[in-house]
Design a binder for this molecule. Structure first.
Ligand code: PGA
Length: 255
């Protein structure tokens, strides 16, 4: 059985004191999770600090972003090689907040995807539709377009051993989320879409859901058999709640 990949996306939150407490709490409260991999994505300035706190545990590290250049005069940016150098394993790209506030577009996301793979790191590619597109029934069409752009530019094989996070934009930080049928439909659609192109690659992809996950709705959301992970924002900032989510996913996958 494929492991569930549970990522805590802390966004622009935390300081040394709160991070130390949070990691302590997570280490104390997660029951042995052989079927889950837990990943922390702190603000970039704390990556190295978190790395030291999770040493000798099975918790791994993700970056929330990376630059589309490898080196040079790009003030304020961080490269894949730098992330690799300090022990990052995953890199989140294409998050809707980066598209909205930092004007990221499909071209830069595709380039980042390529650099992450070239550095042997694992991209977590966020895809998803707006509220309007959702109400027009365009979820599959939009997700397909976002995947196709990368396939068109780099070929299908670049998706081997990657992570796709289905994150409806209207569900992020809003308290709203798709019902279990919708989540099941889109995760099945994504899996089948890759399977039609290449079964081996399809089998190697982890499909996550993200958007307003909490300890109450996680059971309903995870009833889709095609999901193997969760991208958790706000609820990952509370150690007890985050651990409850992890433990519930772990139990669902075991049952
Ligand atoms: P949220 O964020 O859980 O706070 O909705 C999820 C995300 O943006 O990854």
């Amino acid at each position: 059985m494929k492991k569930s990949l549970i990522v805590a996306n802390w966004k622009l939150n935390g300081n040394k004191k709160t991070i130390k407490e949070l990691i302590y709490n997570i280490k104390k409260n997660i029951s042995p999770t052989k079927n889950c991999e837990i990943v922390i994505a702190p603000p970039v300035i704390y990556l190295d600090y978190v790395k030291k706190l999770i040493d000798n545990t099975k918790i791994t590290l993700a970056a929330q972003n990376v630059d589309e250049n490898l080196t040079g005069a790009f003030t304020g940016e961080i490269s894949v090689d730098m992330l690799k150098d300090i022990g990052v394993k995953y890199v989140i790209i294409g998050h809707s907040e980066r598209k909205k506030y930092h004007l990221e577009n499909k071209k830069s996301i595709s380039q980042k995807f390529f650099l992450i793979k070239s550095a042997n790191l694992i991209p977590i590619l966020c895809i998803g539709e707006t509220k309007e597109e959702h109400s027009q029934g365009k979820t599959q069409e939009i997700c397909k377009k976002q995947i196709d752009y990368i396939i068109k530019n780099q070929g299908i094989s670049v998706f081997e051993n990657t992570v796709i996070a289905y994150e409806p934009i209207w569900a992020i930080g809003t308290g709203y989320y798709p019902n279990k049928y919708e989540i099941n439909n889109i995760s099945t659609f994504i899996r089948k879409y890759f399977k039609k192109k290449n079964k081996k690659i399809s089998d190697s992809i982890i499909i996550q859901y993200g958007g307003s996950i909490n300890e109450k709705n996680i059971k309903e959301i995870f009833s889709s058999s095609n999901l193997n992970g969760a991208l958790v924002g706000n609820a990952s900032l509370n150690g007890n709640i985050f651990c409850n989510i992890i433990n519930k996913i772990s139990n669902i996958k075991e049952s």
